[in-house]
Each structure stands twice: as structure tokens, then as C-alpha cells.
Design a protein around this ligand. Structure first.
Ligand code: GLU
Length: 465
């Protein structure tokens, strides 16, 4: 039988990391088995719906490469795939479930106690109330004896006494179904074989199973996933300011790195940690999903992001970072800038502060010329800059780093200076920053001869005063 999984997000805002991981595991389980991955939009809680959220779901799945085989705009014959367009279907099945004894009309106002008094109403009483248009909900009817059990692929054997289950609402008074009903109907009608979702649904799964049983339907395989936490005890939560997928993208993380990293949150794939989507598909094994909460570690993600950046070819890296150079108005050697940034960059948004000296150096700060390790101070820096100026003026191959370095080293030696005693003052003269991507040669190369000289003249002036 073909494996079919579904990702069933509610359009309530951002793509949380936990949700995206659920989507990814749904996708991996399906694709590892040459199955189908279905997208279903669960928008039955109209009050929680956020406008634009559905488009955001499409966009994130598209961007991350989690392409669905069936879903909105991709009809596989079992739609509609948006729950608010399936209300007739739910009503039809709710009526059937009432006939089968698995549900009942409830006319109570407000919440009910343990046992719903409406289960005691006679057929005549029910008909009469319906004829009078008394508002109602449809509740699940739970047998008061017996146990319901099932096998979860991650959490193992689960068993509950039926009397501990509440007779929850299946169809609300506004005619919309609750998740507790719609998920069962849709998973059945859409031929879902493997239900993959967060473990917050583990405890209500017995109730869903009672519905499957009442209809005489085959139950799916259940794969409940552990939560993604920020520490030992707290779940990641957007409300507490934890990053969503979109936030991470805005912070300069690559989509490939994010997908790779979240795949590892709650599942092991062997020793190799850097894995493409295809690698993940090949290696995925339900048996390796862990029961315990995964902890989201931004430093690990940053490490992974760096690794992805380093693994690109220079040309790929350059194309990727070009849009992040827009603030640079100087006509510089952008490819050299990319070359210098690639081994140092952690995330794309860092480019801005790493390159903020390019348009103009920082304001003069004499203290930066003092560097213990380089054995420099403002006095010997001024001397070194004056001495090296003719070299900078006469040298014409600023784009030949190797030759430039050789010239510098020779110059230092000839003048009885340590390399750092020339390099450091030049680097500071060009930037007025103590931390820069690349050293004097690379920065001079990026800026070009004219700009380099302008800055060195200015630094000499500043140091003289
Ligand atoms: N709409 C539910 C949610 O977003 C989906 C749960 C499920 O996958 O069944 O939590």
C-alpha cells in the first residue's frame, strides 16, 4: 500500500520551528517510502485565523523544497484540502456517527460535567428540540466502560480507560467541526496511512480511535513527535519571543541549514550531520525518532549555517551575498570581498556590520593603533605609515594579494620592522576598526589603490594632530 502522510497546519500565524519539523518528518516518511505527501489546511477555528497565514504556509513549503503531491491548488481527487470548504462532508459524517451511536446532539448551554445529560434524551425529545431550532452542538459519545489502546510508533503502547475520556464537541454551534472530529474524517477520506503530529495529540488519540471504530474504519499508523524545547522544560514558543522559521531567515540563516538542523531535532541520521534533503530522505527511519524533547540550540544552527556557507563555491557564495551588499556605495572589488567573507561569515545578516567600514572608515580613534601583540602604538604607527606610503603609491597590483604580501614583508624586513608593525597600522588606517574581515592586504585590495591612499593620507594627518 502506498504510504500517504499529511501536514495539517492551522493558519494561525508564523511557521513555528516545531511545525516545520512536523512538515519535514511527514515529507521524509512519505518520500523515503515513495509515498505521497499531502497538505491540508485546518482552518476550522475561524477566530484564530490570521490573514496571510495560508500563503505563508505555501511559501515556506515551496522555499524549503517540501513540495506536496496533493493539496490546495494540486488536486489529487480527494479534496477540497481546505477544511472550511468541507463543512458538508463533516455534517454528513456527524449524522452518520450519531446513527452509529458514536455521537449525540447536545443542547446544554455551556460546558457539561463528566456525563452529558443529553445522552439521556429520547429520540422524540431530540426531534422536538431540533424542530424548535434549539441551538446544539454534536458531542462524541464515549462508552463508559472498557479501555482503548493503540500502538504509537514513537511512544509505544498506549492504553486509557474510556471513562477518563470526555465527551468533547465534534461539531460546534456555528456548524464548524472541531479538530477532534475533522482530523479523523479527513485522514480517513484522504487515505492517510501515517499520521505524523506533535505529541500534544497523544492523549486524545484514543478518542479519535473510538470514532474510527464506530465507523468501522481502518486506523492509521500513529507517529507522535516529541516537542522542540528551548531548554529542559520549556517548549519553544513564538509568544515568548522564540524564533520562527521566518525570523531565522531574516536573521540570515540559509533555508538548507535550517532544514538540515531541524531534521536533527528529535531524530538521528547517523554520524554525518551535514545532510541535504535527499540525504535526509534516504536515511530517514521512523525507528530513530526520539521520545524525549529536542533542545533547539541556536549555536549549533549557526555552526551548521557557517558550514553551508563554507561549502559553497566562491561563485555560488558571491551570488548569494550580492543582495547583502546593497548598502555599499563605493566602487570596490566585490568578488574579493566575497572571498574574504566566505571563510569568516556566520550568517548573512552579519555582512552589514562586517562591511560597514567600506563606504567610509570609522571615525578616527587613536587607541586602536595601540596593539600589544603587534607591538604598535600611535607613534611607531605614524612612522610606519609614512615609511610604507611610497610602496603603496608605487605598487600597482592591488588585486594580486600574493605579490602585495611579498612586497610588504620585504619592506618590513628592509626597515627592521615586524610584519605586524606595518600591517596593523595600515589595517587601522583603512578602517579605524579593531575587528575587520581580512587584514591590511585584503582590505587594500577590496578598496583599491585610490581609496587606500586617500585613507592612509588621512590617517597620517589624524595621527600627526
Ligand atoms: N492543525 C493541527 C495543528 O496545527 C494539526 C495537527 C495534526 O497534524 O493533526 O496543530
Amino acid at each position: 500500500m502506498k504510504i500517504r502522510t499529511r501536514f495539517a497546519p492551522s493558519p494561525t500565524g508564523y511557521m513555528h520551528i516545531g511545525n516545520l519539523r512536523t512538515a519535514l518528518y511527514c515529507y521524509l516518511i512519505a518520500k523515503h517510502n515513495n509515498g505521497d505527501f499531502i497538505l491540508r489546511i485546518e482552518d476550522t477555528d475561524q477566530q484564530r485565523e490570521v490573514s496571510g497565514a495560508i500563503d505563508m504556509i505555501y511559501q515556506v513549503l515551496e522555499e524549503t523544497g517540501l513540495h506536496y503531491d496533493e493539496g490546495p491548488h494540486k488536486d489529487g481527487g480527494l479534496g477540497p484540502y481546505i477544511q472550511s470548504q468541507r463543512l458538508n462532508i463533516y455534517h454528513q459524517y456527524a449524522k452518520k456517527l450519531i446513527e452509529l451511536g458514536g455521537a449525540h446532539y447536545c443542547f446544554c448551554e455551556g460546558d457539561i460535567e463528566d456525563i452529558d445529560p443529553c445522552t439521556q434524551l429520547s429520540q422524540e425529545e431530540i426531534q422536538e428540540k431540533l424542530l424548535q431550532n434549539t441551538p446544539y452542538v454534536i458531542r462524541q459519545t464515549i462508552p463508559q466502560d472498557g479501555i482503548t489502546s493503540f500502538q504509537d510508533e514513537v511512544y509505544g503502547y498506549i492504553e486509557v480507560e474510556n471513562q477518563t475520556l470526555n465527551e468533547g464537541i465534534l461539531i460546534k454551534s456555528d456548524g464548524y467541526p472541531t479538530y477532534n472530529f475533522a482530523n479523523v474524517i479527513d485522514d480517513h477520506l484522504m487515505n492517510i496511512t501515517h499520521v505524523v503530529r506533535g505529541n500534544e495529540y497523544l492523549s486524545s488519540t484514543p478518542k479519535y480511535n473510538l470514532i474510527y471504530e464506530a465507523f468501522g474504519w481502518k486506523k492509521p499508523t500513529y507517529i507522535h513527535l516529541p516537542p522542540v524545547n528551548k531548554d529542559e522544560t520549556h517548549k519553544l514558543s513564538k509568544r515568548d519571543g522564540d524564533a520562527s522559521y521566518q525570523d531565522l531567515r531574516e536573521q540570515g540563516y540559509l533555508k538548507e541549514a535550517i532544514i538540515n538542523y531541524i531534521a536533527l531535532l528529535g531524530c538521528s541520521f547517523g554520524e554525518d550531520e551535514i545532510l541535504s534533503l535527499d540525504d535526509l530522505i534516504n536515511k530517514f527511519d521512523i525507528k530513530h525518532i526520539s521520545k524525549s524533547p529536542a533542545i533547539f540550540d541556536i549555536e549549533k544552527l549557526t555552526w551548521m549555517n557557517e558550514t553551508y556557507l563554507r561549502n559553497l563555491s566562491l561563485e555560488e557564495f558571491h551570488q548569494l551575498v550580492l543582495p547583502y551588499y546593497q548598502h555599499i556605495t563605493k566602487d570596490i572589488d566585490f568578488l574579493e570581498l566575497s572571498l574574504v567573507l566566505q571563510p569568516r561569515l556566520e550568517k548573512l545578516t552579519d555582512i552589514k556590520y562586517m562591511t560597514d567600514f567600506i563606504n567610509e572608515p570609522y571615525p578616527f580613534d587613536i587607541s586602536i593603533y595601540t596593539h600589544k601583540k603587534m607591538k604598535t602604538n600611535p607613534e611607531n604607527s605614524l612612522k610606519a605609515l609614512k615609511l610604507v606610503l611610497p610602496l603603496l603609491e608605487e605598487f600597482n597590483e592591488y588585486n594580486n594579494d600574493e605579490k602585495f604580501v611579498t612586497e610588504f614583508i620585504k619592506f618590513a624586513k628592509d626597515n627592521g620592522l615586524k610584519n605586524g608593525q606595518v600591517m596593523w597600522p595600515v589595517r587601522v588606517a583603512l578602517t579605524n576598526k579593531s575587528l575587520t574581515p581580512g587584514g591590511a592586504i585584503e582590505i587594500a585590495h577590496i578598496l583599491g589603490k585610490e581609496e587606500t591612499l586617500r585613507r592612509v593620507y588621512k590617517a597620517i594627518d589624524d595621527l600627526k594632530n
